[in-house]
Write a protein that binds this ligand. Structure first.
Ligand SMILES: NC(=O)c1ccc[n+]([C@@H]2O[C@H](COP(=O)([O-])OP(=O)(O)OC[C@H]3O[C@@H](n4cnc5c(N)ncnc54)[C@H](OP(=O)(O)O)[C@@H]3O)[C@@H](O)[C@H]2O)c1
Length: 251
């Protein structure tokens, strides 16, 4: 049976991507612009790579500065985006810190910063954006977790806790907002080369790739493709689940 395609790629379908200035977030922004979305990339600073992507985007990629660790600023930021761009169709909670450290010696301030940016901030931002989506009767929310949420990794206990929070949040929120036409999913990437992971040595990278079924590392655009899928027609009946993008590291 053929189905009339829904208007998923309308030019003004807005997607807010946090941490959109580099790494995985920038790859998501680039891909979504290519797919016809209007993307608002939020981060503290506009990177040179983002500037270049904006100038090539034909007016579909935008930067709005926001320090998402400042929780009290989040409601006004959500309103600013809505007032300026109109309804937000997609929210990608991607901004995150990857601070490593043995729990016993980690500063409390580092622990707090991780929980603040990786857990509290996306929950509060989602609260305000989901309210708008509820009024609009549609929306797609995607939370970027990590395979560390389930595998564990020496020196990443706090980070792992924050990424497990993202999947727990995803599942229950999907139950809560599904009846309003909103989907909520998580993506769990494996190790990807970005600034967040630049502490890992070349040997470490090779070891991770060698342990993966495909003998390589996933790339930022692999995550971006999954985001595109979840925002599109293919994602209409997918909610409350976690997609692993790790080149078979956990297979
Ligand atoms: N790379 C990996 O191997 C990997 C694997 C699994 C999951 N992940 C997850 O994927 C997401 C993106 O990671 P990535 O590797 O692309 O990291 P990244 O290259 O370090 O990029 C982080 C992004 O978050 C933004 N950000 C950081 N602090 C912020 C703040 N206070 N307010 C607003 N934006 C802030 C950064 O911009 P500014 O610094 O300018 O604010 C940047 O755009 C994270 O949630 C990470 O946990 C990454």
């Amino acid at each position: 049976m053929s189905r009339q395609p829904e208007n998923w790629r309308a030019p003004m379908h807005n997607v807010l991507v946090t941490g959109g200035s580099r790494g995985i977030g920038l790859a998501i922004g680039r891909r979504l612009v290519g797919a016809g979305y209007n993307v608002i990339a939020a981060a503290r600073r506009e990177s040179d790579d983002l500037k270049a992507a904006i100038s090539e985007s034909g007016g579909r990629l935008h930067f709005r500065a926001c320090d998402l660790a400042v929780i009290d600023a989040i409601p006004a930021f959500a309103k600013l985006v809505r007032d300026e761009f109109g309804p937000i169709y997609g929210l990608v909670n991607n901004a995150g810190l990857g601070t490593e450290g043995l729990l016993a010696t980690m500063h409390n301030s580092e622990i707090e910063a991780l929980v603040q940016l990786n857990v509290l901030s996306p929950i509060i931002l989602t609260k305000y954006v989901a309210r708008q989506m509820m009024a609009d009767g549609a929306g797609r929310i995607i939370n970027i977790s990590s395979i560390i949420a389930t595998t564990g990794y020496n020196g990443l206990s706090v980070y792992g806790a924050t990424k497990a929070a993202a999947t727990g949040f995803t599942r229950s929120l999907a139950r809560e907002v599904g009846k309003l036409g909103i989907t909520v999913n998580a993506i769990a990437p494996g190790f990807i080369d970005t600034e967040l992971t630049n502490n890992l040595s070349e040997d470490g990278r090779k070891r991770i790739a060698g342990r993966s079924a495909l003998r390589r590392l996933p790339e930022t655009d692999d995550v971006a493709r999954m985001v595109e899928y979840l925002l599109g027609e293919g994602g209409r009946n997918i909610t409350g689940t976690v997609f692993t993008v790790d080149a078979g590291n956990t297979a």
